[in-house]
Design a protein around this ligand. Structure first.
Ligand code: SF4
Length: 89
């Protein structure tokens, strides 16, 4: 129960941070997913991360999200501003 509440809190904080930034989508989604696919923490059958518990096809799309083991950091530093603002139309 404690783990579930902790995860719910983390997800709600992540969504709040994403909303504060204007819901930007990541331009690095496919690169992030490629890193996840090679990661020992990735659970391919469920497409989730065993560290954060997130569903990676969604998390990788969220520009403000980050890898809990900092495995995506080279992507974000290599391409600053690598996310696209969510369409407002
Ligand atoms: S988010 Fe990070 S730790 Fe989790 S599966 Fe992807 S690369 Fe691995």
């Amino acid at each position: 129960m404690r783990a579930l509440l902790s995860k719910a809190y983390r997800v709600s904080s992540d969504i709040a941070a994403w909303g504060s930034a204007g819901f930007p989508l990541s331009a690095m989604r496919e690169q992030r997913l490629a890193i996840c696919a090679q990661c020992p923490q990735y659970q391919a059958r469920r497409r989730t991360c065993s560290v954060c518990g997130c569903f990676m096809p969604v998390k990788a799309s969220i520009a403000t999200s980050s890898c809990p083991e900092d495995r995506w950091s080279n992507l974000t530093t290599a391409e600053p501003g690598a996310y696209q603002k969510h369409c407002d139309c």
